[in-house]
Design a protein around this ligand. Sequence first.
Ligand code: GLN
Length: 242
Amino acid sequence: MQKSGLQILHLYPNHMNLYGDRGNLIAIQHRALERGIPVEVVHAEPEAPISWRDVDLIFMGGGEDSHQARIAEDFLRRAPELTRALEDGVPMLAICGAYQLLGHYYRTVNGDKLPGIGFLDVTTEAGRPRAIGDVVAHTTLDITPRSLVGFENHGGRTFLGTGAVPLATVQLGQGNNGQDRTEGAMHKHAIGTYLHGSLLPKNPHLTDLLIRWAVDRDGNTDLEPIPMDLELKAHDVILSRC
Ligand code: GLN
């Protein structure tokens, strides 16, 4: 079924928003509106009611350990409805701290274990030093170009279980854990990644994939092509740092 307008659910914007994560929403809105697709963004803080069946795309940004701790309980309480939506193919972009909580758990630098919803088969333990810097990675997603660029800043080391598929292979930067060269994880249309930046303004091909999934969860609808040259110029600046 194809949608004519999109509702984006932005989870915990006051708590989970680092390094310009909110720019991801601006990029989605921009590239949808350029195609005549109206977008409504609904913000949900802890305790806020959510009308899940109206949601076409979910976004949650990164956060410091203390901010993750503040929303973790509320996030877990929403696990049944969120999991149902993700199983139904609603796309989600979860950055860094949000990615960690989409997995089984995140153990913070203080040793506190924050349980996640386990939609992604990944676990995360905080470590030192923090992984900080530009990232260039190459994805197996069917998008052109295959390169993804961003900026990472995390203490967590994420390891993938057998049920997780990495989003990409790292060429520059640390990615999930600095050891196996994987970056991020995905399942159905949910993408977890360490890439801030903001990510989507510099990766318009990934923005378009999320919009395509949001418009039509079965992925049968091609989006009208629109220019992405400016965004790809920013993309190429990071690529040139390899
Ligand atoms: N607090 C988490 C970590 O340090 C997530 C950080 C982030 O979202 N940038 O790994």
